[in-house]
Write a protein that binds this ligand. Structure first.
Ligand SMILES: [Zn+2]
Length: 234
């Protein structure tokens, strides 16, 4: 095989290997990441806390109402029981009953609004639970896709390495060293195709003599502008 062609293929394989390795790193990062699930879990915990607080407020309020209702019943019984006869005391009992009745009516209204808050908190908690579960499910789906992709890429790496090695052996040592150096300097593009008589990497036109040389020389010629090895695709 023509050395330039081998170099060009080698470069294609190198590039593919770089792409695979980068993607594998990215996959590891994505697999380790679980911010979305963590955030959904925190939101669920917060919603549970809010619901618990709303329930506590409601039950404390109901207990207090019960206590006042009993007190009102007692006052009422005293008022009409016949044992208390002093007009002053009766007047006091009457006033107390009225105060308790008003208070209980206010507390009844408050209880309605507390029940609404508690219902809302319960609905919010249910929705936070579903979102948390959905985040867990999504993470599992994403992870299984990523794991499948990782296996496929890892399987590709083995044969790719073998191909790279055997191709590298076809290239004279000196040229291979130059190629590796260029690959490093030119960030993965050491070899450029010649298309329409110019270097595909930098656009520099080749002289007819260089074009002829690129076609016939067993060794790759360099672009006079960017220094890349030129490959004539016949
Ligand atoms: Zn060039």
């Amino acid at each position: 095989m023509n050395t330039s062609l081998s170099l060009f293929r080698l470069q294609t394989l190198f590039t593919r290997r770089v792409v695979i390795r980068r993607r594998l790193e990215q996959i590891e990062t994505l697999l380790a990441e679980d911010e979305t699930v963590k955030a959904a879990d925190l939101a669920r915990e917060a919603a549970a806390q809010t619901f618990e607080t709303a329930q506590k407020i409601q039950s404390d309020h109901q207990a207090l109402m019960e206590e006042r209702r009993l007190k009102k019943d007692l006052t009422h019984a005293q008022l009409f029981g016949g044992k208390v006869r002093s007009p002053k005391e009766l007047q006091e009992l009457e006033l107390e009953e009225k105060i308790l009745t008003d208070l209980l009516s206010k507390m009844e209204d408050e209880m309605m609004s507390q029940m609404a808050s508690s219902d809302q908190a319960k609905a919010d908690l249910e929705s936070a639970k579903s979102l948390h579960q959905a985040a867990i499910d999504q993470k599992a789906t994403d992870s299984s896709l990523l794991i499948a992709e990782r296996s496929k890429l890892q399987e590709e790496l083995g044969p790719l390495g073998v191909q790279l090695k055997s191709l590298a052996q076809e290239i004279p040592t000196e040229i291979f060293k130059d190629f590796q150096e260029l690959l490093r300097i030119k960030k993965g593009r050491a070899v450029a195709e010649i298309s329409d008589g110019s270097c595909d990497a930098c656009g520099m036109d080749l002289t007819p003599a260089d074009l002829q040389l690129a076609k016939s020389s067993p060794k790759p010629i360099r672009c006079k502008n960017c220094g890349r090895m030129l490959f004539f695709k016949s």
